[in-house]
Design a protein. Structure first.
Length: 100
């Protein structure tokens, strides 16, 4: 699970994601944008990690969205994989509790 989240986070960072921040306005979060110079590498990685976990868990808050087709494709892939893995985990836990 962590590998999927980290790989997708890196892919989001390459293309960038749009963040609607009520304090700083709308900005682009990514490795090759001015955001990294203004807010730092650690903050950028944290925001991308947050977005990747939100997509993986299929929550999707909506304040961060991918910009281009690669980011949108990665988001679709990560959401489907996250939903399937979480469903399989719930089924496995259910079966284990019913065997007792």
């Amino acid at each position: 699970m962590i590998i999927v989240i980290l790989v997708c986070m890196f892919l989001y960072g390459i293309e960038g994601v749009k963040y609607s921040d009520p304090i700083n306005g709308e900005r682009i979060i990514g490795f090759f944008n001015q955001d990294i110079e203004k807010f730092g590498l650690l903050n950028t990685i944290g925001n991308l990690f947050y977005f990747s976990v939100v997509v993986y868990s299929t929550v999707g808050f909506g304040e961060i969205i991918p910009i281009g087709p690669i980011g949108k494709s990665v988001m679709i892939f990560e959401g489907i994989i996250g939903g399937l893995i979480l469903a399989i985990l719930i089924i496995a836990l259910y079966k284990k509790s019913m065997d007792r």
